[in-house]
Write a protein that binds this ligand. Structure first.
Ligand SMILES: [Zn+2]
Length: 262
């Protein structure tokens, strides 16, 4: 009975979003460059570290992303700064690729804070910060607004929930969220990458690694967690885990460590 009610609520919410998005105009999601440029400069360290030409490219990718995606708040208002942070989280992992579109994403749903597995954001067991939808939720990403903002704050450290979720989407683009992005990684690299993952998981389990222990959940979580580290603290990752850094640099076609930034 309870499951039926929950299912009905989920179906109703999904139907509402599909219908409401259908009648949305581009103005709802577009932000002018006078708005987003200062916000990028203010909130996005990755953008701050780019040279002028790369900033321009980043801005174009942000605009292109926002033009094709609907961002909605449930129980929270979506502000321009939130849109810029979501778009940046999408652009950062694909910034090294010439052309990339998130073909498997149509909507980002923002919740005020953590939510549970049934997408309720109040009550007990609120511990999920972000997720990429599967099945009937395909094409949807849910993010905690608090986690989104924290990921771009000074307190973020090696963690950035929104980047983590977009890396899952990249991973998923070959059909399987398995920690091996087949369409980004040449076949010869797959076995060394898996070996590297399992070696580092052993180190984390033995308490001999500074990587977030959530990475040991499975290969997909490992990939998303170390990708956060790669984009948040490239110098530290390169220093402490040179092999991991080199592999991620190959996968994302980016070399963010300071000694390499042109
Ligand atoms: Zn994850």
């Amino acid at each position: 009975m309870i499951i039926t009610i929950i299912l009905l609520i989920i179906i109703a919410i999904t139907a509402y979003y599909f219908l409401s998005n259908k009648y949305k105009t581009k103005q709802d999601i577009a932000i002018s460059d006078t708005v987003y440029k200062p916000l990028l400069a203010q909130h996005i360290p990755f953008y701050q570290n780019l040279d002028r030409q790369s900033r321009l490219l980043f801005e174009q990718k942000v605009v292109a992303f926002l033009a094709g995606i609907t961002i909605e708040g449930i129980g929270t208002i979506v502000e321009d700064a939130d849109r810029v942070m979501i778009a940046s989280s999408a652009v950062i992992p694909i910034f090294g690729f010439k052309d990339w579109r998130y073909g498997n994403l149509t909507n980002v749903i923002l919740y005020p804070d953590t939510f549970d597995g049934e997408f309720q954001f109040e009550g007990e067991n609120r511990n999920i910060l972000g997720m990429v939808g599967t099945g009937y939720m395909n094409g949807q990403m849910i993010l905690s607004r608090a986690a989104l903002i924290k990921g771009f704050s000074r307190a973020a450290g090696k963690e950035n929930t929104a980047i983590h979720e977009f890396v899952h989407l990249l991973d998923k683009s070959d059909g399987a969220t398995d920690g091996v992005p087949e369409n980004l990684l040449a076949h010869d690299y797959v076995m060394p990458w898996l070996k590297m993952i399992h070696q580092e998981i052993h180190k984390i389990e033995a308490g001999k690694s500074d990587i977030n222990p959530y990475a040991i959940t499975n290969e997909a979580e490992f990939f998303a967690v170390v990708a956060e580290y790669f984009f948040q603290k490239p110098d530290e990752l390169k220093h402490k885990h040179p092999e991991l850094y080199a592999m991620l640099s190959t996968i994302f076609m980016q070399d963010r460590a300071k000694d390499n930034v042109v």
